[in-house]
Design a protein around this ligand. Structure first.
Ligand SMILES: Nc1ncnc2c1ncn2[C@@H]1O[C@H](COP(=O)(O)OP(=O)(O)OP(=O)(O)O)[C@@H](O)[C@H]1O
Length: 232
């Protein structure tokens, strides 16, 4: 049935094929749904395949079996244009914000490059950048800094801000606070919630921290021994 969601339908992932490769099943027949404005939390022990599942649902890797549905359309059947739209509307944010920015470029330039790629007219760059900074709660001062001159929390906000320029419908948040000081973890989670409410974005939140998952998620599951156990 058609539904506005990002849906994992019976996804399996097996690594290692070919003549000498040993096959290893990372997860099998995993199903869940991320709806606009809601969070599905994915937890589980290290190495169980949470990040792999995040990459599969974001279209960065293909499942071995099963289907990802984006607003009712199977990703595997999308033509080039549909796939390009999907890649823009479904974004992924990684754990370490220092990897998200070129260390040799000032933040303002990194942001402006995204706007240029999006074909935003030059006359709108200032306004779009100001709006984005307001959403993530940072001042314009950060634009003249290099990434090394900012804290992990500020960089993680900017990583999200740059994603927001693409106007995503869904974001895979892969351990978004694990690389941050404990003091800024809570602020970052509150900011993520605020942005979700304002923009009606669906999150797949990956975390090994059950407290983070419980705080953020309407529904959640744990990936263990290749199976997703839905938690009430
Ligand atoms: N491209 C690949 N080829 C082969 N094996 C891989 C590949 N990518 C990941 N793996 C394996 O898949 C398993 C799951 O990795 P993944 O990073 O998805 O787990 P995770 O639950 O996110 O772990 P963590 O919480 O430590 O980040 C690991 O054993 C990893 O070595």
């Amino acid at each position: 049935m058609f539904s506005i969601s990002l849906k994992a339908d019976s996804l399996s992932k097996i690594y290692g094929t070919g003549i000498i490769g040993r096959r290893r099943c990372i997860f099998r027949k995993v199903s869940f749904e991320v709806r606009p404005g809601e969070t599905f939390g994915l937890m589980g022990p290290s190495g169980e395949g949470k990040s792999t599942l995040g990459r599969v649902i974001a279209g960065l890797e293909k499942p071995t079996e099963g289907t990802v549905y984006y607003n009712g359309s199977p990703l595997s059947e999308m033509k080039k244009i549909g796939h390009a739209a999907f890649r823009r509307k479904v974004q992924i944010m990684f754990q370490d914000p220092t990897d998200a920015f070129n260390p040799r470029k000032k933040i303002g330039r990194s942001v402006s490059e995204v706007l240029t790629l999006l074909k935003t007219p030059d006359t709108e760059h200032v306004l779009k950048t100001k709006e984005m900074l307001m959403t993530i709660g940072l001042s314009e001062e950060v634009l003249s800094r290099y990434p090394s001159q900012l804290s992990g929390g500020q960089l993680q906000r900017l990583a999200l801000g740059r994603i927001l320029l693409l106007e995503p419908e869904y974001i895979v948040l892969d351990e978004p606070t694990s690389a941050l000081d404990v003091s800024v973890q809570a602020q970052t989670l509150h900011m993520l919630k605020k942005v979700q409410t304002e923009k009606n974005i669906g999150y797949l939140l990956i975390s090994h921290d059950e407290a983070v998952i419980r705080f953020m998620s309407g529904s959640c599951g744990s990936l263990e021994n290749g199976q997703l156990k839905i938690i009430d």
